[in-house]
Design a protein around this ligand. Structure first.
Ligand code: SP5
Ligand code: ZN
Length: 373
C-alpha cells in the first residue's frame, strides 16, 4: 500500500488547547503523524512511503480546495494569524470554543455578514467553532491526496465545512479528494459517484455539510452520539433537495465495544453497496488495480480514518480493542473497491501507529484473499 505524507504537515504545532475549561497540551500533535509514519516504515513489505512534494510538480490543488471551501474562507486562513497578532491578539491564539451557529446545523441559508470588514476576533467567531490558526500546514495536508491509498496527513479535516474551522480541522481533506476524484470541470450530471465512510469517533459535520445536497457523494458516518461536535450527526439528517438519501448517520452510545461497532459498520457497508449499482462490475476493476497499480480514477471509496474510537483514547469514549482495527480494515475491504484512506483523529500516542497499521493491514490482507473477479 502506498502512503503519502509531507513534512510540512508537521509544522502546525499549537502548544495547548482549552478542553472543558482547562488548558491542556494540544492533542492533535505532530507526534501523531511521526508515530504512525515510524510504525508503517517498520513494515516496508506492506507500506511504501512517498513524499508529496507540495512545492513542485504534480497537480495544482488550489482550484480544488477553492471549489470546496471558497476564497473568502481560504483568505481568512491565510491571513487570520497575522491580522490577529497585529490587532493585539496573543501570539498563541486561542478561541475558546466559540460556536459559530451558521454552519453547525444542516444548511438552511447563509448569514449575511460582511466578513472581510470584521475584526480578527469576530472573524474567528464567524469561521471557527474552536481552534488556533494555520494555513500552509492545512494546505500540505490536503495535498497528500495523489495516487495513494493512505494519505498520512494532518491537520485532520472532517469537521471543516465550506467556511468553517473547528475540531482541529481547517481544510476538509477527504472532501477535496472526493471533489478531485469526481473531475474538476465535469457537469454535475456527469459526475461519478463517490462514497465517503467516516469511522472517526466524532461526527464529520464538515463533510456532511459540504455534500448535504449533493446526490453524487454518499456520506456515511459512525460516531458517538451526544459528543463533540454536539449539534449534528443524528439519524434524521439524511440530506436535502437532490441529496436526500445520500447522508447516513450511525450515532452510537458512549462505551460502544467491538461487537456493536462492527455490527454497525457492517450495516454501513451494506448501505454503501446499495448506493452503487455498479458494485459487482467494479469488483473486476479491483483485480486490475491490484495487478496494474492504482489509477486515480478508480478510487471510489474514501475512508475518513480516525482511531479515536480506541478504548484508551484521551478524548473519545468508545471502547474498541486493538484487534477491532484489523476487523475494521477487513470489513472495509469487503466493499471490494479501490479505496483512499485519509487520516482524521486518534490521540493515544502509544497506540495510534499500531491501530492505524491494523486497519490498513486488515484491508490489504483481506483484499488479497477476497477481492477477486
Ligand atoms: C478530528 C477530531 O477528532 N477532532 C476532535 C476534536 C474534539 N475536540 C473537543 C473534544 C471535547 C472532548 N471532551 C472531553 C472528554 C474527555 N473524556
Ligand atoms: Zn475525532
Amino acid at each position: 500500500m502506498k502512503v503519502f505524507w509531507d513534512p510540512i504537515c508537521l509544522l502546525h504545532d499549537p502548544p495547548y488547547e482549552i478542553l472543558s475549561g482547562n488548558k491542556v497540551p494540544y492533542f492533535e500533535s505532530p507526534a501523531r503523524l511521526q508515530v504512525i509514519k515510524k510504525e508503517l516504515e517498520e513494515h516496508p513489505s506492506l507500506f511504501q512511503l512517498e513524499l508529496t512534494d507540495s512545492s513542485s510538480g504534480g497537480i495544482d490543488i488550489t482550484g480544488h480546495v477553492e471549489t470546496v471551501h471558497g476564497r473568502g474562507y481560504l483568505n481568512y486562513l491565510r491571513n487570520a494569524y497575522d491580522e490577529w497578532v497585529r490587532d493585539g491578539g496573543s501570539a498563541v491564539p486561542l478561541s475558546d470554543n466559540i460556536f459559530s451557529g451558521h454552519r453547525l446545523t444542516p444548511p438552511s441559508g447563509r448569514a449575511k455578514v460582511h466578513v472581510d470588514s470584521l475584526s480578527p476576533v469576530a472573524k474567528a467567531g464567524y469561521y471557527c467553532f474552536d481552534l488556533s490558526l494555520t494555513y500552509s500546514s492545512a494546505i500540505a495536508s490536503v495535498n497528500c491526496r495523489n495516487v495513494g491509498v493512505f494519505a498520512l496527513c494532518r491537520p485532520p479535516g472532517h469537521h471543516a465545512g465550506t467556511s468553517l474551522s473547528g475540531g482541529y480541522c481547517f481544510i476538509n481533506n477527504v472532501a477535496v479528494a472526493a471533489q478531485f476524484l469526481q473531475g474538476f470541470n465535469q457537469r454535475p450530471t456527469d459526475k461519478p459517484s463517490v462514497a465517503i465512510l467516516d469511522v472517526d469517533y466524532h461526527h464529520g459535520n464538515g463533510t456532511q455539510e459540504i455534500f448535504y445536497s449533493d446526490p453524487s457523494v454518499l456520506y456515511v458516518s459512525l460516531h458517538a452520539e451526544d459528543d463533540y461536535p454536539y449539534f449534528t450527526g443524528s439519524t434524521t439528517e439524511k440530506g436535502i433537495n437532490d441529496g436526500v438519501g445520500t447522508n447516513i448517520n450511525y450515532p452510537l452510545p458512549r462505551g460502544t465495544q467491538d461487537s456493536d461497532y462492527c455490527a454497525a459498520l457492517s450495516n454501513a457497508v451494506e448501505e454503501i453497496k446499495k448506493f452503487d449499482p455498479g458494485y459487482l462490475l467494479l469488483r473486476f476493476f479491483v483485480f486490475l488495480y491490484r495487478g496494474l497499480n492504482l489509477s486515480l480514477r478508480l478510487i471510489e471509496h474514501l475512508i475518513s480514518l480516525g482511531v479515536d474510537t480506541f478504548i484508551d483514547d484521551p478524548i473519545g469514549d468508545f471502547k474498541l480493542s486493538p484487534s477491532c482495527y484489523t476487523r475494521i480494515g477487513q470489513i472495509v475491504a469487503d466493499l471490494g473497491k479501490p479505496t483512499l484512506f485519509v487520516m482524521e483523529g486518534g490521540y493515544h500516542i502509544e497506540m495510534i501507529g499500531k491501530n492505524v497499521r491494523a486497519v490498513l493491514q486488515g484491508f490489504e490482507e483481506q483484499g488479497t484473499t477476497d477481492v477477486r473477479p
